[in-house]
Design a protein around this ligand. Structure first.
Ligand code: HEM
Length: 169
């Protein structure tokens, strides 16, 4: 059930699916560029003032130093974990972090929960004939925003309960 309070949604698995999806496929893979405001030493690197810095959250989300089996889609990894995308856990930054992090994170997450829950609740989902989760085309097209190279092709059937509801109207 969706409620007004972000910490009391009763949808743990859906939340885990959203986190896992944003880990592997962050919509803004390099965040918004930063500019270094002074000469800086960071982890052995010298970063001169005015350098443009890009944070590759796409790569961070697939880094084996941070994630077990980083290339597998495993929402369960988030079920007993406090890792969130609110900008405090640097291994998961689909909305960025710091003072320029996404201003719409709360609205964005609500839109994701509501739209995915509605689609799953209303339709039976299947892949096209002959396509399996292992063989589906998951190639991505990079840009400021990340998207699937080939659009998702899914076969949708209205669920029986939904049909009964529609007929009753
Ligand atoms: C799934 C949905 C969304 C994702 C993944 C997303 C992601 C991002 C990212 C990565 C940034 C840059 C953060 C950084 O560089 O640290 C950003 C900035 C921003 N986002 Fe979002 N966003 C989403 C939805 C929204 C929505 C729904 C709104 C507003 C209604 C919004 C408004 C903004 C604004 C205003 C900024 C610029 C913040 C600033 O520069 O101070 N976003 N978003």
């Amino acid at each position: 059930m969706l409620s007004n309070c972000s910490s009391c949604y009763q949808i743990p698995y859906l939340q885990a699916v959203v986190k896992e999806t944003l880990r592997l496929h962050p919509p803004v893979p390099l965040l918004v560029p930063r500019r270094c405001i002074e000469d800086t030493e960071y982890m052995g690197y010298s970063i001169p003032m005015d350098t443009q810095v890009l944070v590759n959250v796409w790569a961070i989300g697939r880094d084996p130093a941070s994630w077990e089996e980083p290339f597998s889609f495993k929402p369960d990894r988030f079920l007993n974990s406090n890792i969130d995308y609110k900008g405090h856990h640097y291994q998961l930054l689909p909305f960025g972090a710091g003072r320029r992090m996404c201003a719409g994170v709360m609205l964005g997450q609500r839109m994701l929960y509501l739209s995915i829950a509605s689609l799953v609740h209303t339709f039976e989902w299947a892949l096209e004939d002959g396509v399996t989760p292992e063989t589906m085309d998951m190639r991505e097209m990079f840009g400021v925003a990340l998207r699937k190279a080939e659009p998702l092709k899914a076969v949708l059937k209205l669920k029986a309960a939904q049909k009964d509801q529609d007929n009753a109207m």
